[in-house]
Design a protein around this ligand. Structure first.
Ligand code: UDX
Length: 431
């Protein structure tokens, strides 16, 4: 098929490259000239395993990039994969998505007949019905359900395994207004995944599809928060949460994944999506008790970590190491990272923070220019009176004699990643 993808960020670039790999002709559209130039040169600005080789293989042939939205008129369907960042109050800011919808609408205004627009961006049902669809209709002069089709097809990929997740999804969710044309085109697009690789597809309404994305992420975030809440109770009772989690994960109804207890969740999705769903619930005069609790527990975890450190060291005026800054290993992304409240808490206590991360130092230095950054975990630990492990980078599990250089060998582990050894005062956050 001939597909256009508007927005060449994280999701859009992965989508464009993977669709090219499935055999489609893809046009990526972005307003940023540098992004477009780099894509056409076969490069990306994103760290994602497997993505660069695909982009370089298809650039100039089945994957082309442009800043000109007019290109979408010649394609069979257009994905909107533009970011929807959070506002201060937690609600989402759809302005970028609406600007893209307007450009796409204008581009297809003169197209004869039907054009299908597929919303990939994460947005609440009302934003689709009350903002995206009217914007598309106004700009194109077309009518939803008549010569304009609008479908919702959320993305569930994780950072660090985006290509793999796209190619091996648990499910493909397709939300339509029941129009067979939209369903047929999306079924044809995903045919290699659905028919050849047996991926289940969920055909549902547009509002339901939009909500599935939020519910999916909220459920996962709440699962981690629940094991963290239980973990805090376990810690108080002298119980190892990980032994408890291993056993409860054997219950099929619970499942073993997402039971790693620790300093909490971050990233570009969980904080934004839980805040958006909370805000939507409140707008509807509903008090979302569980969602609020999930967010609250996540805010508590870094404070619990700091509290455990306080039990052993007064960090005022002392060097303290923070190991890990990325929101999870394998990325340089620090959005929502639990390292931020940990650093702030240490600064409030008068600690001299020295931080290390294999990838995320540069990004954290933009937000926290006043702390010291080390080139290695060993350098961060050297002379430190305490250390906090915040990201579970596998290399941290290998640390051993590096702890000998600490002034006081106190380690609070927020991710169960540090190997316990003699001479180390080791505190697990929930074990
Ligand atoms: C997530 C969803 O998994 C994905 O489906 C959605 O499309 C985007 O959001 P991602 O943000 O890449 O993906 O991260 P993920 O690997 O899910 O981890 C999220 C956070 O939860 C990380 O901070 C991680 O450290 C934390 N986490 C995860 C835990 O603390 N414990 C766990 O058991 C699992």
């Amino acid at each position: 098929m001939n597909v256009s993808v508007v927005g060449s960020g994280y999701v859009g670039t992965t989508l464009a490259a993977c669709l090219a790999d499935l055999g489609h002709d893809v046009t990526a559209v972005d307003i940023d000239e540098e992004t477009v130039e780099r894509l056409n040169a076969g490069e990306t600005t994103i760290h994602e395993p497997g993505l660069d080789p695909m982009v370089s293989a298809y650039a100039g042939s089945s994957l082309k990039a442009t800043t000109d939205h007019a290109a979408v008129a010649d394609t069979d369907l257009t994905f909107l994969a533009v970011g929807t960042p959070a506002r201060e109050d937690g609600s989402i800011d759809p302005s970028g998505l609406l600007a893209a919808a307007e450009d796409v609408g204008e581009a297809v205004a003169d197209k004869d007949g039907y054009h299908l627009v597929v919303v990939k961006s994460t947005v609440l049902p009302d934003v689709i019905d009350e903002e995206v669809i009217p914007t598309l209709e106004d700009a194109s002069g077309k009518t939803d359900g008549d010569d304009l089709g609008v479908a919702v097809n959320p993305e569930f990929l994780r950072e660090g395994s985006a290509v793999d997740d796209f190619m091996n999804p648990d499910k493909i969710v397709i939300g339509t207004d029941g129009d067979g044309r939209a369903l047929d085109r999306l079924a044809e697009l995903y045919q290699p995944l659905i028919s050849d690789w047996d991926v289940p597809s969920v055909e549902t309404g547009r509002r339901e599809a939009a909500m599935i994305k939020y519910a999916n992420n909220t459920f996962l975030a709440a699962k981690v928060s629940l094991i963290n809440d239980l973990g805090n109770i376990c810690k108080e009772l002298g119980v190892d949460t990980y032994e408890v989690a291993e056993a409860i994960g054997m219950d099929d109804r619970i499942g073993e994944k997402f039971l790693n207890s620790g300093v909490g969740w971050g990233g570009s999705c969980f904080p934004k999506d839980t805040a958006a769903i909370k805000s939507a619930a409140e707008d509807a005069d509903y008090d979302p008790a569980m969602v609020e609790a999930a967010i609250e527990v996540n805010d508590v975890q870094p404070q619990r970590l700091l509290g455990l450190m306080d039990e052993h060291v007064d960090v005022d005026g002392k060097r303290v190491a923070v190991l890990g800054l990325a929101f999870k290993p394998g990325t340089d992304d620090i959005r929502g990272s639990r390292a931020k409240p940990v650093i702030e808490g240490l600064q409030d206590r008068g600690g001299n923070v020295v931080a290390y991360d294999p990838l995320a130092v540069e990004k954290m230095a933009e937000e926290f220019p006043d702390i010291e950054y080390a080139d290695s975990a060993a350098e961060a630990l050297d002379g430190a009176h305490a250390a906090a492990a915040v990201t579970d980078w596998p290399a941290f599990a290998e640390l051993n004699e590096e702890f000998d250089a600490m002034a006081e060998k106190v380690v609070v582990d927020g991710r169960r990643i540090i190997s316990r050894r003699e001479g180390l005062t080791y505190e697990g956050l929930t074990w």
